[in-house]
Design a binder for this molecule. Structure first.
Ligand code: DC
Length: 229
């Protein structure tokens, strides 16, 4: 029997990591984990409890509450992917809002938050057969992953994709605000002290600015197949 592997997909925000990761997991029969959703759910919890805002951060209170933050992924057969639950409540839509996007870099820079989530992520992947996407998967969570990908695309292309997604969902947002958020998050995520976004030495970089989904999928699937053979 072919051994199952661990696939780590890192990269900047809105590079389409999760779309590719989901498709790949489906095709391989692997578990898919969107770690950005976990950081977003902790951010939503902190927002709802007034531990964080654009001008404040109550680190003590947030750290005290960390043990009461229960995150789980629940598979939705209609959608064909797992949705994020925070303390038993489906927050899949709420965590994608611009408000959460504007605060998530602040919360995800906190070492105690990262420690909790990295531990949970490593536990989910202990039997391999997993596709995980995020910022530090190939560098910190699974440094021994058999396949590591690093996705990039221009900030404008990524902002256009995000804008389209939110507009299609019925959110009223401005393209300029999305672009600003994408650029700001790139900067914050790459310059934070704990586990900054960086390409692992052994990761394969894919710039998908001008690539269609099928083209990307075929390229990545070929890489997976070569690892499995
Ligand atoms: O993938 P995303 O855009 O939904 O991620 C949201 C934020 O979470 C991102 O700006 C940085 C943070 N994040 C992180 O620090 N580490 C990860 N493994 C995944 C996401």
């Amino acid at each position: 029997m072919v051994q199952k592997i661990t696939i780590a997909i890192d990269g900047f925000s809105s590079t389409g990591k999760s779309t590719i990761a989901k498709e790949l997991a489906k095709k391989l029969g692997y578990i898919y984990v969107d770690t950005g959703a976990m950081y977003r759910a902790v951010t939503l919890y902190a927002m709802n409890h007034h531990f964080v805002s654009s001008s404040t951060l109550n680190l003590d209170e947030l750290e005290k509450h960390l043990p009461s933050i229960r995150l789980s992924f629940v598979f939705n057969a209609n959608l064909g992917f797992a949705e994020m639950y925070l303390n038993g409540v489906n927050v899949e839509n709420e965590i994608r809002s611009l408000e959460v996007s504007q605060l998530v870099s602040k919360v995800s820079a906190i070492s105690s938050v990262r420690k909790k989530l990295v531990h949970e992520q490593q536990d989910m992947g202990k039997h391999k057969g997993i596709v995980m996407d995020g910022r530090d998967i190939g560098t910190v969570v699974f440094p021994d992953a058999e396949l590591k990908l690093f996705m990039t695309a221009s900030a404008e292309k990524r902002a256009q994709r995000r804008y389209k997604e939110l507009i299609e969902k019925g959110d009223s947002v401005e393209y300029e605000a999305i672009l600003h958020n994408v650029v700001e998050r790139d900067h914050l995520d790459s310059t934070r002290e704990d586990s900054p976004l960086s390409k692992a030495d052994d990761a394969i970089e894919i710039d998908n600015s001008d690539m269609g989904l099928q083209e990307q999928f075929d390229l990545i699937y070929a890489l997976v197949t070569s690892k499995l053979s």
